[in-house]
Design a protein around this ligand. Structure first.
Ligand SMILES: [Ca+2]
Ligand SMILES: [Ca+2]
Length: 306
């Protein structure tokens, strides 16, 4: 049940602001469809919002949405109907685990960044692989502790270079790459600048998109989507700001990100209502008695000429 008066009003307030946003950034003023500025060269239009059970990750095979909670996996229809769940995803893992981050789908398999997470630190990092047909556990790819990675907040599959990429929420200076087939650690890529508090990653057409929980929810600051060109053999990559997530119903904690190739839509999961301290829920904001998890679905606009 929705308990927040501010939330009930926020949609109206946001829609009322659309003409101004459209005027400022040159997006077409389409009634009932939000136009969101990107980096000045692209635009994202908010299509719809779906409430889900999980607070961590989002992925799609083009047919269904896959959502991760901290300790569960879910399958949804694209209309937001819950179709399937695995509420014991750690059962067959050999290392103790209590946390799933953002997830990815590749070739009928779901890849999940999993660890033991406590008080802002991760251990026992692994990429666990599940069957998308039934969410059954298949195998794990162990992390290389010598890589310097100390947390796994998200994974994505770069199918063009056959790589798994992982982000680190604790120290986001690097992202880490593993061979998709062998699971062998391939190296790390330094991000310049470093998106603060990385929570999601998604690969598309030679680019990596990273969500960062860099806006302070206490101050109603929006979080961000960042973008970089994939450079597997380089030691560093330049990162550009792609999207400001002021379209969310309330500033909160941005999480997973995914691209739906079949529809050219950007999917972002975000949480609102709970205060988060050191990465752990700690009470609620006024008007909330629970944390609300939502998937925001944006249509990618046509690149404009400068
Ligand atoms: Ca997360
Ligand atoms: Ca935030």
């Amino acid at each position: 049940m929705q308990t927040s008066p501010s939330h009930r009003n926020s949609g109206k307030n946001y829609l009322a602001a659309i003409p101004l946003v459209a005027t400022l950034f040159g997006c077409a003023p389409v009634p009932e469809v939000a136009c969101v500025p990107g980096d000045g060269r692209s635009a994202y239009e908010l299509q719809r919002v779906i409430e889900v059970a999980g607070r961590q990750g989002i992925a799609t095979d083009g047919t269904h949405y896959f959502v991760s909670g901290s300790t569960a996996l879910y399958v949804y229809s694209k209309d937001g109907e819950l179709l399937q769940a695995n509420k014991e995803p750690f059962l067959d893992l050999t290392m103790p685990a209590n946390h799933i981050g953002d997830i990815a789908i590749h070739d009928g398999e779901l890849f999940a960044g999993i660890e033991w997470f406590d008080d802002g630190q991760g251990t026992n990092i692994q990429v666990a692989v599940y069957d998308t047909a039934n969410l059954a556990y298949l195998r794990s790819i162990d992390w290389n502790p010598d890589s310097g990675q100390v947390e796994v907040s998200a994974v994505t599959i770069d199918s063009d270079n056959d790589l798994i990429w992982m982000t680190d929420w604790v120290n986001g200076r690097y992202i880490y790459q593993y061979d998709l087939e062998s699971g062998v650690y391939r190296g790390r890529l330094q991000l310049r600048p470093v998106p603060h508090r990385q929570q999601g990653i998604a690969y598309r057409n030679g680019f990596l998109f990273i969500t960062a929980d860099d806006g302070e929810a206490d101050l109603e600051e929006p979080d961000s989507l960042w973008r970089l060109r994939v450079e597997p053999t380089s030691i560093s990559a330049l990162v550009t700001h792609e999207l400001d997530l002021s379209a969310f119903n309330r500033a909160g904690e941005i999480e997973g990100v995914a691209w739906d190739e079949t529809t050219n839509e950007l999917l972002i999961l975000s949480n609102r209502g709970a205060r988060i301290v050191h990465g752990m829920p700690s009470g609620y904001y006024p008007g909330y008695d629970r944390e609300i998890h939502e998937v925001y679905i944006f249509a990618k606009g046509v690149k404009r000429q400068k």
